[in-house]
Design a protein around this ligand. Structure first.
Ligand code: CTP
Ligand code: MN
Ligand code: MN
Ligand code: MN
Length: 343
């Protein structure tokens, strides 16, 4: 339900964390239903639907639209923040700052002399029309081939996996996510930098933000289980050529666009091989599914789960510390993964 996502976004702009999460959860539940909701009776007994959500759904089912949602859509602040945060590198804080300065359009930001854009934001504006266009599955697969070739040229025994929305079976995404590792512990350290160099040599690296690993195994037991992981990663913008994409539709682009290439956002993450299973689980998403899985681990299994490990609070150890094969993970992780996947 896109309406719930909009409400969640609007709450996020207002820094209302509770309502924001509630609307995202509601959106997830509604998406997981086999068919669209046609009457209020159909949502009785569903989990995670609170008073606000039900009120909005009642409005939609009765009047064919929600006045609250329409009010938000017309709101000047919501429109401006949505537009600004659609630029790669611009978060809610920067967007709010620009809004407070009276700026309302992207053009105004680019022509305002007192605004200092950082490198990421400059790339975000430069490739705005390309990276705000959805990436198709065919384009994701084409990028997969290019990166695979690059990676294997450097390390023949490396493992590359497509993650994110495309691993969940989505047809379109806002970027393409990959996980990358090597069988030998520690060897992944230099690999990512090599891959970046090689992509640059091939002339397809348009932008790169590399973040080194902040992962420290010796600190693991005391480390908080948090949202952001510590793996070495890079946020890229790559150039994808028309001839590289299979299928009749080829590149996703505007009708009049005759460049023969487009820019695509790509994330590469390089965990050490003994964390691979957890990294794969975390980076497959969705964000909401990851949240639910961590809540389930904590509340129903007295365990802590994040992108690095699964920690058993009752036994006070990492019972699943060095697991590489999915069959050795607790069955509930894998059953939830296959049952609960939502787009
Ligand atoms: N993720 C993560 N740690 C990060 C960033 C992302 O664990 N620092 C996870 C997210 O929770 C998400 C997955 O990696 O589940 C992919 O992130 P993202 O590309 O933002 O979302 P997708 O689900 O792939 O959706 P889209 O198609 O819009 O890219
Ligand atoms: Mn993605
Ligand atoms: Mn996303
Ligand atoms: Mn991503």
């Amino acid at each position: 339900m896109d309406v719930m996502e909009e409400l969640a976004e609007s709450s996020e702009f207002n820094e209302s964390k509770g309502p924001c999460l509630a609307f995202r959860q509601a959106a997830s539940v509604l998406k997981s239903l086999p068919s669209a909701v046609r009457c209020l009776g159909a949502i009785q007994g569903l989990p995670w639907l609170g008073e606000h959500t039900k009120a909005v759904m009642e409005e939609i089912l009765t009047f064919g639209r929600s006045f609250k949602v329409e009010e938000i859509r017309c709101d000047e602040r919501y429109q401006a923040l949505k537009l600004f945060t659609s630029v790669f590198g611009v978060g809610p804080k920067t967007a709010e700052k620009w809004y407070r300065r009276g700026l309302r359009s992207l053009k105004e930001i680019l022509t305002e002399p007192n605004i200092q854009l950082n490198r990421m934001q400059r790339a975000g504006f430069l490739y705005y029309s390309d990276i705000s266009k959805a990436v198709s599955k065919a384009e994701a697969e084409a990028l997969g081939c290019i990166i695979e070739e690059t990676v294997h040229w450097i390390a023949p025994d490396a493992v590359l996996a497509l993650t994110g929305g495309f691993r969940r079976g989505k047809e379109y995404g806002h970027d393409v996510d990959f996980l990358l590792t090597v069988p030998e512990m520690g060897k992944e350290e230099g690999l990512l930098l090599h891959v970046i160099d090689r992509l640059r040599d091939q002339g397809i690296l348009l932008y790169c933000d590399h973040q080194g690993s902040t992962f420290d195994v010796s600190k693991l037991p005391s480390c908080r289980f948090e949202d952001m992981d510590h793996f070495q990663k890079c946020f890229l913008i790559l150039r994808l050529e028309e001839g590289q994409v299979e299928g009749e539709r080829g590149l996703q682009r505007d009708p009049g666009d005759s460049r023969g290439w487009r820019a695509v956002r790509v994330d590469l993450v390089a965990p050490p091989v003994d964390r691979y299973a957890f990294a794969l689980l975390g980076w497959t998403g969705s964000k909401q599914f990851g949240r639910d899985l961590r809540t389930f681990a904590r509340k129903e299994r007295q365990m802590l789960l994040d992108n690095h490990a699964l920690y058993d609070k009752t036994k006070r150890n990492y019972s699943y510390r060095r697991l590489l094969r999915r069959t050795s993970l607790p069955i509930w992780v894998w059953s939830m993964w296959s049952l609960g996947r939502e787009m």
